[in-house]
Design a protein around this ligand. Structure first.
Ligand code: NAI
Length: 396
């Protein structure tokens, strides 16, 4: 079939297998030229199919020849209906990894559930024995608690006061003011239940109790801080509370792994266009200005560059520097004073008319469509493609 993008708001309903494949191959090439000395060897990536999780899987596999198990929640294709992009990404990654003699298997299902955890554990026991790294990179709007069955929904809202600021509709380029009402009721607790650290700890507790974590094991989850501009809706909003919880959980995990000298870390990453971040109001305008400034300075990075730097210059470097809260920082270039000062200046000038010049709206849009395999250089979108692509190492 010929597949074209069909968007609804910040969602694209279709995705292109060949474009997704090309994105994965580009990331593989990047890591092949930037290998990771002393990197991990047996890795579980939870949330492995898109964004930072996919980049982590590729960096592990191609940076240090690691065997990888990926867990994700993606929609398979049906005749005439393309799969979700993470499906095609995982299919492309595993096909290439197998060609290159790398172990790569996947589990598609709800990572929050006891069933998927048990299935993953069994696969580790059967195939890998012990693992030395778990990347936790889930981004989800909902979670059903595996023990109580309660279903939690996360919200992206400020706490206490209405937040008013500008945002951009990146499809039309229209900059306009939006107001977001403060959270109410159980919104904070529910957001913590979905995006906080409870599920990460459940995974590590299970794997530890089954004795499948090797000596010096590491686990990393991803967080975000961002500038004062987005603070009310992000870091000081409901999602920020969940990130506080996730960050506190890293210390609990480290405590629970003392006997194997294991470590739980949170890495604070840079703002990037992913399916998760396009859903957050105000962030698209911030990212389009940030991209412009960082590209001009020659310090722009995508997910793969971020994770390569995380592995090479932080996690597997001789001397791991942490911030005063004990976090790894690879948002250091985004948060540089000169970068933030420029973004703030541009923010004041940003209107529908000025944005095409002062911001990188085109870069934002390209990245957004790239997530779904569209607008990828070198792909012929007029060509018929087979939507029924299988993931070679998928476990049933
Ligand atoms: P993403 O939307 O690209 O990836 C989410 C992954 O989680 C996908 O593999 C998806 O299949 C998987 N997933 C979602 N629900 C699942 C479930 N119930 N069971 C199994 N898998 C499930 O998201 P992104 O942006 O890569 O986010 C990953 C982490 O990085 C999040 O914690 C996010 O807060 C953090 N982060 C994101 C930043 C950004 O600007 N995008 C910046 C800094 C941190």
């Amino acid at each position: 079939m010929i597949i074209e993008p069909r968007t609804r708001g910040f969602i694209c309903l279709t995705s292109h297998p060949v474009g997704c494949e090309q994105n994965v191959l580009n990331q593989i090439d990047y890591i092949k030229s930037n290998p990771v000395a002393n990197g991990p060897k047996k890795v579980l990536v939870i949330g492995a199919s898109t964004g930072f999780g996919l980049a982590s899987r590729i960096t592990s596999a191609y940076g240090s020849n690691a065997s990888t198990i990926g867990v994700f929640f993606e929609k398979p294709p049906t005749e005439g209906r393309p799969a979700s992009p993470g499906w095609y990404n995982s299919a492309a990654f595993e096909a290439q990894a197998h060609k290159d003699g790398l172990y790569a298997k996947s589990i598609n299902g709800d990572a929050f559930s006891n069933e998927i955890k048990a299935q993953t554990l069994k696969l580790i026991q059967d195939d890998l024995g012990k693992i030395d790294m778990v990347i936790y990179s889930l981004a989800s709007p909902v979670r059903t608690h595996p023990d109580t069955g309660e279903r939690f929904k996360s919200v992206l809202k400020p706490i206490g006061e209405t937040f008013t600021n500008n945002t951009v509709d990146f499809h039309t380029g229209v900059v306009k003011e939006i107001s977001i009402e403060p959270c109410s009721g159980d919104d904070i607790d529910n957001t913590i239940a979905v995006m906080g650290g409870e599920d990460w700890k459940m995974w590590i507790d299970l794997l530890k109790s089954a004795d499948v974590l090797s000596e010096d094991f590491k686990t990393v989850a991803y967080s975000y801080i961002g500038p004062s501009l987005t603070e009310a809706v992000y870091r000081k909003g409901t999602i920020g509370r969940a990130k506080d919880h996730l960050e506190a959980t890293a210390f609990e995990i480290t405590d629970s792994l003392k006997d194997i000298n294991g470590k739980g870390y949170v890495s604070v990453n840079k703002a990037l266009v992913t399916q998760a971040s396009s859903a957050i109001p105000v962030i698209p305008l911030y990212i389009s200005l940030l991209y412009k400034v960082m590209k001009e300075e020659g310090i722009h990075e995508g997910c793969i560059e971020q994770i390569e730097r995380l592995f090479n210059e932080r996690l597997y470097a001789e001397d791991l520097q942490l911030d005063e809260q004990g976090r790894i920082r690879v948002d250091d270039w985004e948060m540089r004073d000169d970068i933030q000062a420029k973004v703030l200046e541009l923010w004041k000038e940003a209107t529908t008319e000025t944005l095409p010049n002062i911001g990188d709206l085109d870069g934002y849009k390209t990245d957004f469509f790239n997530l779904f395999g569209f607008n990828v250089d070198g792909v012929d979108y007029d060509k018929d493609v087979n939507e029924m692509v299988a993931i070679p190492g998928l476990q049933e």
